[in-house]
Design a binder for this molecule. Sequence first.
Ligand code: SF4
Length: 399
Amino acid sequence: MPETLKRFEEALDHRPAELVKARQNGQKVVGVFCCYTPLEIIHSLGLIPLKLGWGGDDELAEQGIEYITNIQCPYVRQTIGVFKEGKNLYAVNTDVIAISAVCLQEYRMVEVLRYYFGKETLTLSVPKNYYLPEGKEFFEKEVEGFTAELEKIAGRKLDPEQLRSSVALYAEIRKNTAEIYDYLALDYSPITWKQVITVIHAGFYLSSEKHLSLLKELNSELKTIQVSEKVKPINSVRLLISGSIVAPGNTKIIDVLEDVGVTVVADDICTGQRTFAGFTVKEPTLAGLAEAYLDRIPCAAQLYPDQKTDKRLENIFRQIEDHRADGVLYHTLRFCDPYTFRVEENKELLDAKGIPFLQLHTDYGANDIGQLQTRIQAQMEIIKRRKKEAHHARSQKAV
Ligand code: SF4
């Protein structure tokens, strides 16, 4: 394991106390939901952005049912459960909640946090016609209004120079994260997917400056790890993980994959690769940020008017090629409609290219772990057999 990963853990250990101190000194903490909320604006106003949302705890998800129904996704139920329980130090130390949800379930979750837990909330509407000039214009105005609200909370006006430096900081974070993620494409990666996800999730809580310095440190270390020390693929099956959010705490799906020996070489989840992929700020202004956030690889809850130019699908296919994935595991949380609705489409498109596809439909309970393992193992056997046959066919051709 790269030594720097311990430094991420240590930094996280200290983080809640740092937040308490910052709040005592008058700084405000903005808890952010969904990936369309411009962190740069929050940061540039001297506010502290924290990315919130939790998974993996069935009991907390049960607690959320008190405020929402049991046919809501477990991520939303658990996040409400976390606020209800009132023990999570990041939730407790959040002054304001900012949401840019494109998913109705997340909108409702934030309403619940406002109505029942008295949290101040800010909403940034994301247009469904984001691909049209009208949609872009609307979002630019939304971002301006959102900034005006944040200025009131921060008690100061946005400084263009400060915004420029916040944009540069987050661009560096994305660049360094992408460099670390790229190692997963190698035959012998010095870091596993689980570790990459841990590093990305650490950035949800750490100060952006601290996160960047640790990412740089990790990048330097990864370059020095000798081949013999690198993590070997446990078997020859390389998979891409797609689908619903894998929120901090949801180690269930990660552990299931690891236990059966899957080598994950890529993902396209909103708390993984999509935190940095396909994101460029052309100019460090509010308009530039609005454009970059709206043009990012979209969530499945957004509309795709044209399948041929659907950036989410394009991203999956590009990664399959670049990271030489043998197949796709499509993870859907129960009652997560945006991702579940698209299962057949994804399967058909991947089938047409001969790429094996397996859907894992699950929640945070432990009852189905054995069944998930069996299905993944069976899929791995199919992939291994196909690979052997393809190898055999290639050798025959060469003779
Ligand atoms: S996209 Fe899925 S997991 Fe995310 S909030 Fe919506 S329903 Fe829940």
